[in-house]
Write a new protein. Structure first.
Length: 378
């Protein structure tokens, strides 16, 4: 009887162990599945942040907010080297601590982490201690994980998460955090191209208009406030003839007079840039193509009736400049130029490629008959 009872008890214990192992595996599987779902949501949120029409700085702040919300991180800070110095690009830590947070690459405990491209976990054992890298703060963070960030094997900064609880990250799944770090790098790699565009935006010398690059940064931010807009590109088709038959100075004045006229006639909600050479772009934000037809017909008619010439004062000044520099060329006279323009428009939908629309419009104008002077919807 005793032996039978022992056998029964052992069988029950083994059964319970097997059951517990099975339950544990199912729970672990559920956690992994739940984590994967969370990661998918985070990736989706990251993509949404990239697709938004905000600046690079705003995008980075947004992805940091996503991390804090989705993973319930107490403190999260992204620091990026901009070519001259390390700057805090996003953080929910009080700005008074940003100077210390932007100098972690100089802290000995993180140097090995940067060199080996591996995360570094630091913590304290009790509430009375402080993390070694903290300077003027004592109670804010008691544990942290430092992640160096690399783009194509080039070190570009770091991401650090912190908690106010000692040993709070002891059991954290680093593989999940590595995935998050990779997503941060992907976002930074994507927005770096936008940052380049934002940094090379210039105003045109003659017209005072922004250059083409403006359309892909701040300009797109304005345009994408609406679901559908109309993009118009027009070209002064006889500018080369004006430069050749009269003078380049008169050609420059034609460009400035036309751009000033259009600029004064446009609403502030519309984006107007000098695209390239004699080509200009107007983005009618939130307006469909059929609604701009009358406006464009009117403005085209007015522009093509303009008679543009150099003033006597301009002629004298320019002739004196040519003579003083002993340049060869004909003397400027009071010639009159009448511009001829060709317009092409197309619809643009938020979330699609603005550059593709512009490329299509430019190809049409470049391949059109030089004598064409119409408003074409493509």
């Amino acid at each position: 009887m005793i032996i039978a009872a022992i056998i029964i008890l052992v069988s029950i214990i083994i059964g319970l162990i097997v059951y517990n192992i099975t339950i544990h595996k199912k729970i672990q599987k559920f956690r992994n599945m739940n984590q994967k779902i969370t990661n998918l949501y985070v990736v989706q949120d990251f993509m949404n942040a990239i697709g938004e029409t905000s600046t690079v700085e705003d995008k980075i702040k947004k992805i940091n907010d996503v991390l804090i919300e989705r993973y319930e991180i107490k403190y999260s800070t992204i620091v990026v080297f901009d070519g001259a110095e390390y700057k805090v690009k996003a953080s929910n830590v009080d700005p008074k601590h940003w100077k210390a947070l932007s100098s972690l690459q100089d802290v000995d405990m993180f140097k090995d982490s940067i060199q080996s491209a591996t995360p570094k976990y630091v913590t304290v054992n009790n509430e009375n201690e402080k993390l070694p890298y903290q300077q003027m703060e004592f109670g804010r963070a008691k544990s942290a994980i430092f992640f160096p960030l690399y783009i194509d094997n080039v070190y570009i900064g770091y991401w650090i998460i912190e908690s106010g609880t000692p040993h709070d990250f002891d059991n954290v799944d680093l593989t999940v955090l590595e995935v998050i770090k990779s997503n941060i790098v992907s976002v930074l790699k994507t927005v770096v191209h936008q940052k380049t565009l934002e940094s090379i935006v210039r105003k045109d010398l003659f017209t005072g208009l922004y250059s083409e690059e403006y359309l892909y940064g701040e300009g797109k931010k304005v345009i994408d406030q609406y679901t559908i807009s109309t993009i118009c590109m027009f070209k002064i088709t006889n500018i080369q003839q004006i430069n050749k038959d009269y003078s380049r100075e008169l050609g420059n004045k034609v460009i400035t007079q036309i751009s000033n006229f259009v600029k004064d006639d446009l609403s502030e909600e519309y984006v107007f840039v000098r695209y390239m050479g004699p080509k200009f772009v107007i983005a009618f934000s939130g307006v469909e193509a059929n609604a701009v037809a009358d406006f464009l017909n009117d403005i085209k008619e007015k522009l093509e009736t303009m008679q543009i010439s150099l003033t006597e004062e301009e002629i004298q000044t320019l002739n004196l400049e040519v003579n003083s520099k002993k340049k060869l060329g004909k003397e400027l006279t009071k010639d009159v130029a009448v511009p001829r323009l060709n317009f092409v428009i197309s619809s643009y939908y938020k979330g699609t490629g603005l550059e593709e629309v512009l490329k299509k419009l430019e190809e049409y104008l470049d391949n059109a008959d030089p004598t064409e002077s119409d408003i074409t919807n493509i």
